[in-house]
Design a protein around this ligand. Structure first.
Ligand code: IMP
Length: 466
């Protein structure tokens, strides 16, 4: 390269975009959710200048326990407890009452939010009809239901794609809100009321295993526009002071070399494209989702940290090749406290599936993994790891088929000796029992990614940082 070329490429502001590179980590759940992202985010957020949510809504949830108290958070980034500035970027969908309650809870606990919380006016709003429509769809699907969290997530994202969404922008202009809402209610109320007429609407109900009386029981009355507007605007008033587009805030952060933490919601195998469709959520979970959902270029991310449990869990329906139905599964559930934070549902439990994580790492470009809940395995005499799948006797990969295929693959297991010693609270890799070290090294070898963090208990200090 000549000197002239060098100067042109690297010194010209039109050819070299300094905003491309940033000091930023992306924390992404790598199984089916509930991997303990909250703890990893909390661990890293002390160093973060900005914490950002960019996808999902209050289907996500974790409980943060710290010196201020106990906080169940579903929308506000959990890094809010550090000195970081928090952004709820445009890809996030908002239940305004839930958000207003979270703001009130934090402010009551003395957490200063003014000037530290930026909410994008582009966020779509979950409306009462979204929750009703979701429940009607789930009932209609009968035994094939998805097992959603019931928070209105799929209908709000469907409306976004259908050009029918209502955004925070719309709530700033009452006339505009009324006009848009009137159109939505014209359509939605027809669907809601028509669903009571199950004979006409669900000719396939027998196939889906739906009983008429179930549908009748959930038939809803048409929704009243005035009532919706009143409730919406009441919650909106509490949120309004924080509505400001995070894009310029984040661009300035990148320019000033500040450290940004992107908090992914849900997990890779709930991704709408690459998860176990249709048993997935409705947003993009993957690294690329940050671009559309938070308005920053993703090419410049410093780290992509895939959070994985030392075993696997899932809530809701869908394939789960390593699921356990025996007492080992019960031990994982009981020792791991595997009950949903958002819905309280018992989680399905199974062995660690290296095929899933290997694929998640390929898809997202993991720089490392963070292993959580290692201590939950402390009592096992032997522990299995799924090294891959077979289908009709042949080795297959995750992406070789859809959900139906994945429900039929057979996991290939490698059995490792357990350590039967407590790892609770251990803070150095060298102090882990030899068999626990071997287990982690095998996880790394099979997934092709190094573990940068290992969590040995719920407390922030119970972490091995490598
Ligand atoms: P939705 O996101 O409520 O539409 O639910 C779709 C699927 O994703 C269901 O199987 C849910 O159980 C699952 N899901 C959504 N959010 C989470 C989460 O934060 N953790 C675990 N599973 C989730």
């Amino acid at each position: 390269m000549t000197l002239l070329n060098f100067l042109l490429v690297f010194c010209s502001p039109t050819l070299y975009n300094e905003n491309r590179f940033m000091r930023a980590s992306f924390i992404i759940g790598s199984q089916w959710g509930d991997e303990g992202k909250g703890k990893i985010i909390d661990f890293l957020s002390d160093k973060a200048d900005y914490v950002v949510r960019f996808n999902g809504g209050n289907n996500a949830g974790h409980t943060v326990i710290n010196k201020y108290g106990k906080f169940p958070l579903h929308l506000i980034p959990s890094g809010i407890f550090s000195n970081a500035t928090a952004c709820i970027a445009n890809g996030t969908v908002l239940d305004l009452e839930v958000l207003a309650d979270e703001i009130a809870l934090l402010e009551k606990a003395g957490i200063q939010l003014k000037g530290r919380l930026f909410i994008s006016p582009r966020c779509h709003v979950i409306m009462p009809y979204h929750k009703i429509l979701e429940s009607l769809h789930e009932k209609a699907k009968g035994k094939n239901k998805i097992g959603t969290t019931g928070r209105g997530i799929s209908p709000v994202y469907a409306d976004k794609v259908m050009h029918d969404g209502i955004r925070l922008f719309d709530l700033m202009d009452k006339k505009q809100l009324s006009e848009k809402l009137a159109v939505q209610l014209l359509v939605k109320n027809k669907i809601i009321t028509a669903l009571s007429d199950t004979e006409n609407l669900f000719p396939y109900r027998k196939h889906a295993g739906v009983k008429n009386k179930v549908m009748k029981a959930i038939a809803a009355k048409p929704l009243d526009q005035k009532e919706i507007e009143k409730n919406l605007l009441k919650a909106f008033a509490k949120i309004k002071p924080f509505i400001k587009e995070p894009h310029p805030v984040l661009m300035q952060a990148i320019k000033s070399n500040k450290y940004i933490l992107f908090e992914g919601a849900q997990a890779v195998f709930l991704d709408n494209d690459w998860g176990t469709y249709p048993f997935v959520t409705s947003s993009t979970i993957l690294t690329g989702g940050i671009n559309a959902g938070a308005s920053v270029p993703v090419g410049g991310l410093t780290d992509v940290i895939g959070v994985v449990k030392a075993y696997t869990t899932r809530v809701g329906a869908g394939p789960f090749p390593t699921e356990l139905f025996d007492k080992d599964g019960d031990t994982l559930r009981n020792e791991g406290g595997e009950y949903g934070t958002t819905t309280g549902r018992p989680r399905r439990c199974g062995w660690f599936d290296a095929e899933l994580i290997k694929f998640a790492a390929e898809l997202n470009g993991f720089s490392s993994i963070a292993i959580t809940k290692l201590d939950v395995l402390d009592t096992f005499k032997t522990i299995k790891i799924c090294t891959g799948y077979t289908y009709k006797g042949k080795a297959v990969r995750y992406y070789d088929g859809g959900a139906e295929f994945l429900s039929k693959v057979k996991p290939v297991y490698k059995t490792l000796p357990g350590w039967q010693k407590s790892t609770k609270g251990v803070t150095s890799f060298a102090k882990l029992p030899a068999n626990a070290q071997k287990y982690i090294k095998e996880m790394e070898r099979l997934t092709g990614v190094k573990a940068s963090l290992i969590s040995t208990g719920p407390e922030r200090e119970a972490t091995i940082s490598r």
